[in-house]
Write a protein that binds this ligand. Structure first.
Ligand SMILES: [Ca+2]
Ligand SMILES: [Ca+2]
Length: 237
């Protein structure tokens, strides 16, 4: 075997092994009974051939976002879903039974919170990203930067974070100077909440370059900072 033939042989074996390991991954889904948690639906369901095809198609279409699915044995409706979140409803009669992935790779875990009319799932990330990158990171998990648009959610925000780290919230005036809008709705923060939640003297658009809002260690309230700074962030959905 020439050196070249051997190299080609080694490369082909390697790629075969890679393909085998790629296609050889089988995900184990176990049937569970939801209690006070329910799955987050990823899209409307479709009629599938079988429960195992439903599982496979869920993974193919939604990759690692497919963490669970619902399957109706009679109608064969297959509904793809994500993590289980407290406060979400379990499967309906139409959706059938709930199956949860037992051996999926770790996925950002959202924590459910419910108090009166406040019902959110949040994830405190330990990455340090710019405001735009943090926004993208949240969007990848079908979420947005945390929006403390009520006093209850402001209080919740401070219980989620480690206050010794700079942390983005979903509020910025990137589009119109001085008009701070929420990441989820685009609505402007109401003056009362703005007065209550920003640190004294903020927002000040320092050096004409501060458009993104964050928690600042040691400050009693939010600050508008430079969007290119890298800091921790909280996602919400
Ligand atoms: Ca500004
Ligand atoms: Ca500032």
């Amino acid at each position: 075997m020439s050196y070249y033939t051997m190299l080609v042989y080694m490369l082909s074996v390697t790629s075969l092994r890679l393909r085998a390991s790629n296609t050889g991954v089988s995900y184990k889904f176990v049937k569970i009974k939801p209690n006070n948690t329910g799955p987050e639906r990823l899209s409307p369901g479709w009629v599938d051939r079988s429960r195992s095809h439903c599982a496979a198609n869920c993974r193919i279409r939604f990759s690692s976002e497919c963490r669970s699915f619902m399957y109706n044995n009679v109608t064969r409706l297959c509904t793809p879903a994500n993590d289980l979140v407290p406060g979400r409803p379990g499967p309906t009669v139409t959706e059938g039974d709930l199956y949860l992935c037992d051996n999926c790779q770790p996925y950002p875990k959202f924590v459910g919170y419910e108090n009166g009319s406040t019902k959110v799932a949040y994830m405190y990330d330990d990455d340090f990203l710019t405001y735009a990158d943090a926004t993208t990171a949240c969007n990848r998990t079908n979420s947005h930067l945390f929006v403390p648009d009520t006093l209850e959610k402001v209080r919740l925000f401070y219980t989620i974070i480690d206050a010794s780290y700079y942390t983005w919230i979903g509020l910025d005036d990137r589009n119109a100077e001085g008009k701070f809008v929420w990441a989820n709705t685009g609505f402007e923060i109401v003056p009362r909440l703005k007065n209550l939640t920003f640190a004294s003297g903020q927002p000040d658009n320092n050096l004409d370059s501060e458009d993104c809002v964050h928690h600042q260690p040691g400050a009693t309230g939010f600050n508008d900072g430079n969007c290119s700074a890298v800091m921790r962030f909280v996602c919400e959905k």
